[in-house]
Write a protein that binds this ligand. Structure first.
Ligand code: BJW
Ligand code: ZN
Length: 240
């Protein structure tokens, strides 16, 4: 079984990665649902919601400011770098739920950020959008229109950016191989992407030290961390 999948993989052209917090764990960025995912006794489910932001924007901004500091010093790990290198051998698209920009920092060129980006901000009311260059002296910061600015990320109860989501569906529906790395697949709609790939008879591979919601759907499971597994996986393409 394993050998037959490996043989098929070598001839594959269109590869889609679906990545989550676990892929950046070895860069020192905590995952959401792991033991280290707690912040001041809050968990992500409590903070990453539009309701939490309206109830206590200062608290939510403090959480993002602290994460931003950590993310800015973080470096891509061997997992991010292996995916970037794979572009030499195949057509690679990354559909990431992460907001940390580490895939791009590693050199990957086709990255769709499903849940936004830590470096972007937008107004909670008007159409204003910008990149956050420096920290704001007062939080929550205000837009020129007088309303509160917010991180340009997708919280629970909000829709994903429709243009990004439509492209994610198209790439997933057309790929030959989907590699799902470092995500618990508990959050929708990102966790439906493997279904689109499966409908195209794509091979599904999961890279995760733990079982996920969709492990039973996978053609191959690599129970290892992404920084350990991905360089070995990419080396198979080099040998071809
Ligand atoms: C390693 C590793 C290593 C560790 N190597 N692996 C009921 C009421 C209301 C809504 C809903 C509801 N039921 C369902 C919904 C929809 C909701 C949802 O899915 N909720 C579920 C939790 C039940 N989804 C939404 O609301 C989404 N929008 C939507 O559906 O729109 C339509 C709609 C509109 C209005 C009302 C209802 C529906 C939006 C979801 C947005 C999620 N946002 C966040 C925050 C983003 C910004 C930020 O980063 O701050 O996205 S929450 C958080 O979860 C973040 C992540 O991207 C996302 C996924 O988490 P991820 O990446 O999988 O991380 P973990 O921690 O869960 O898993 C890490 C994995 O790595 C683990 O498996 C480890 O084993 C593994 N690992 N080390 C490899 N070294
Ligand atoms: Zn505004």
């Amino acid at each position: 079984m394993f050998e037959s999948i490996i043989e098929q993989i070598k001839d594959i052209q269109k590869i889609v990665f679906v990545t989550g917090a676990g892929i950046s764990q070895e860069s020192g960025i905590p995952t959401f649902r792991g033991k280290d995912g707690l912040w001041r006794n809050y968990n992500a489910m409590e903070l990453a919601t539009i309701d939490a932001f309206y109830k206590n924007p200062k608290l939510v901004w403090e959480w993002y400011n602290e994460r931003r500091k950590n993310i800015f010093v973080a470096q891509p790990n061997l997992g991010h770098k292996a995916i970037a290198e794979l572009e030499k051998y195949a057509e690679v698209v990354i559909l990431t739920q992460n907001i940390d920009g580490l895939h791009q920092k590693a050199g990957s060129t086709k990255v769709l950020e499903l849940h936004g980006s830590i470096v972007k901000i937008k107004c909670s009311v008007c159409d204003f959008k910008d990149e956050m260059i420096t920290e704001f002296s007062e939080i929550p910061p205000l837009c020129k229109c007088g309303n509160i600015l917010r991180p340009d990320v997708v919280w629970f109860g909000e829709s994903l950016p429709q243009d990004v989501w439509q492209k994610a569906i198209i790439f997933s529906s057309q790929c030959d191989l989907m590699i799902i790395a470092g995500t618990s697949l508990v959050v929708s709609p990102a966790n439906t992407l493997p279904i689109y790939a499966k409908q195209n008879n794509a091979i599904l591979i999961e890279i995760n030290p733990e079982k996920t919601e969709m492990s039973s759907e996978m053609d191959l499971i690599i129970r290892n961390t992404s920084a350990s597994a991905l360089p070995k996986f990419v080396s198979m393409f080099k040998e071809n």
